[in-house]
Design a protein around this ligand. Sequence first.
Ligand code: PAF
Length: 283
Amino acid sequence: MFLIETIKGLKNKLNELKETGTTGFVPTMGALHDGHISLVRQAVSENKTVVVSIFVNPTQFNDPKDLERYPRNLNADLGLLEKTGCQIVFAPTPEEIYPGPDTRRFNFGALETIMEGKHRPGHFNGVAQIVSKFFDIVQPGKAYFGLKDFQQLAIIKEMVSQLKLPVEIVPCPIVREKNGLAMSSRNELLSAEERINAAVISKTLFEANKPFEQKSVRELAEWISETINKNPYLTVEYVEIVDNRQLQPVKSWDDEGEKVCCVAVFCGKVRLIDNVVLTKKTK
Ligand code: PAF
């Protein structure tokens, strides 16, 4: 496994391996967990060469304290990646990626005006800046993203379509801890007690997904919010039930398309997101 820190070094290595346009790519911000590792393993099973990037992207953090607190552990990450069979780890410095400010502004319309886009202004612009830069450098044939960041996935697909990039976006399932908590690098910031209580988020989502049509859309969202807020460790930021294509709020169960319930919840100071596809029909 090669650890490369410069754009030039990475391009040279990919040329040497004759891997332009066919590489599998997994972008990450490090602090890797089994969710990331499942993406890397899928990429390794589907591509001859796999590049994993580890880069805590400053332009996608709207809160400087959040950027400072974000967990970083390159040595542990390299140890985990070594076992997956991935060939290249790209871990550049911020100066390498942003020698000057990135002034590009993307427009994702209604896709970015709710949920994460609404509560973290500028976040998706930063995500699009870094992912488009990485796509330009790595020239992947396939790139892998986790479904936990459901809105991010929709934004990346839209970006690829707007920029007409020849890359297939591969969505990968959410990986959960034994207690149901969606795996996230931010879980590392939770105390042992918070980690136990944070499982109420997914438990509530799974419970909501039982015979959900007995309640109206609004009643179900309110029930989720109240149930999570009853736990003294948790504070809901939003609960949204949206369609899985345009990510617009669903008004009635009769609205077209698959419905996804997305939540953002603070557990102490740590902001967690999760989602579940509403699947059980009672009609
Ligand atoms: O999902 C993440 O970890 C980040 O948003 C990504 C896609 C690596 C871009 O920095």
